[in-house]
Design a protein around this ligand. Structure first.
Ligand code: GUN
Ligand code: ZN
Length: 426
């Protein structure tokens, strides 16, 4: 058994639903076999286990491990490709870079950078868009297992309107996906996600094969993109004239449920929000990507008021980095501009427990007894601006706001999954 000592901040219940920040200064968290078995004032938790190892995480704050509900593995090297809207950005730089995943060695190099990027940012759990090539997805799963992260990922599939080397068929998509799921789904902390790129790259036949795979792999997730950009939305409407709207292109094939995550949803109509709410599907809000591609200002308040579950994603590489703390700040900026100001507790909720719920993970997302010890220690270097202002925070909510405003990867001192330190691969 191990006792972790530090100032612990988490959000066990949604601030959108009356919950708030739980803050415990000088707390002790007792962990056995990866799970939290006790928490409370350090002196009390320690007194009950005087002989256990103590891990000192005092100074700064301990947060639940961050959950990234939308991030693209093959896009590490296109981060920062600014200046284009979605469809032009996909044409170049994004999809030419994704085509390089057909190479034998290249995916390993990128997978190392990708997994380290998550860990260094304090991300412990992620729903990952894999590659269009099955061997590259194998490499991603291998590296994620070596690091110890909780990763749900899948083969990205499309059967029209893509570069020829990225195109598959409905039959091949099913066969490749099933083989990958058989190798990885449920192994260690890994799960499979059925991942059509977006309706714009699919025929109805491919979406049917996705539905079959989702039915046949017990507990698999579903993820894709939706309503990101007006030109994309118009093109999808032309391809699927029989569908009521973009969300319907997925719903019609029974792809939406409590284990479904759709990225963006920047331009939904109310009927789409009602379908998302009724099916229990979640939206991955990716604020830095939405700004970088000029996609639009996410209507968070409408999602919340209509009962749609929302969490955060970095959307690397349209997004500008792996930090969910920065995504939280960007979400705050956007909603402040929309007249829907958020608190630091909302940001932490979106970056942790909301993400775990979106990924249908009951045992992570906050640091309650019974959950796994997935945690990140934010400990700024002595004398840094964050260090100085944290020392003068008015209260815990204010301290957390300062973390969102100022923390970078240099302030992430450690990341744990199930009580094990995440291993950097390079
Ligand atoms: N829609 C389809 N593919 C992508 C992608 O790679 N990134 C983003 N942001 N949107 C997409
Ligand atoms: Zn994306």
């Amino acid at each position: 058994m191990t006792v972790y000592r530090g100032t612990v901040l988490d959000t066990p219940t949604s601030p959108f639903d009356g919950g708030g920040l739980r803050a415990e200064v000088d707390a002790g968290i007792a962990v056995e076999h990866g799970a939290i078995v006790d928490r409370g004032p350090f002196a009390q938790v320690r007194a009950a286990r005087p002989h256990d190892e103590v891990v000192d995480l005092t100074g700064g704050v301990v947060l639940p491990g961050l959950v990234d509900t939308h991030v693209h593995f093959p896009q590490v090297r296109v981060i920062g490709g600014l200046g284009k809207p979605l469809l032009d950005w996909l044409d170049g730089p994004a999809l030419p870079e994704e085509a390089r995943m057909a190479d034998v060695d290249y995916p390993g190099v990128i997978a190392g950078d990708f997994v380290d990027g998550l860990a260094r940012a304090g991300t412990t759990t992620a729903l990952v868009f894999g590659a269009h090539f099955a061997p590259a997805v194998d490499v991603l799963f291998e590296r994620a297992a070596a690091a110890g992260l909780r990763i749900t990922a899948g083969l990205v599939v499309g059967d029209r309107k893509l570069r020829p080397e990225l195109v598959t068929t409905a039959e091949q998509a099913y066969a490749d996906g099933l083989a990958l799921a058989q190798r990885w789904h449920g192994k260690e902390r890994l799960r499979y996600a059925v991942t059509p790129r977006f309706s714009l790259a699919t025929t109805p036949g491919l979406l049917e094969s996705c539905a079959a795979l989702l039915r046949d792999v017990d507990g698999a997730l579903f993820t894709s993109h939706v309503n990101e950009n007006p030109a994309e939305i118009a093109a999808v409407a032309q391809l699927f004239p029989e569908c009521a709207h973009y969300v319907d292109t997925y719903d019609r094939f029974a792809l939406l449920g409590r284990r479904s995550v759709l990225a963006h949803s920047v331009h939904p109509i109310d009927a789409e929000l009602d379908v998302l709410a009724a099916t229990g599907a979640s939206v991955a809000h990716c604020p830095s990507s939405n700004s970088a591609l000029g996609s639009g200002l996410f209507p968070l308040q409408r999602h919340v008021e209509r009962g749609v579950r929302v969490a955060l994603g970095t959307d690397v590489g349209a997004g500008t980095g792996f930090s969910l703390l920065r995504e939280g700040l960007q979400a705050y900026f956007m909603q402040a501009l929309r007249g829907f100001p958020l608190t630091s507790a909302h940001l932490l909720w979106l970056a942790t427990r909301a993400g775990a719920a979106a990924l249908d993970l009951e045992d992570v997302g906050d640091l309650s007894v019974g959950r796994q010890f997935d945690a990140v220690w934010v400990r700024p270097p002595d004398g840094s601006t964050l260090d100085r202002v944290l020392g003068h925070a008015a209260d815990a909510d204010d301290a957390l706001a300062k973390v969102f405003a100022l923390a970078g990867t240099a302030d992430i001192r450690g990341t744990w999954v199930a009580g094990e330190r995440v291993r950097l691969l390079s």
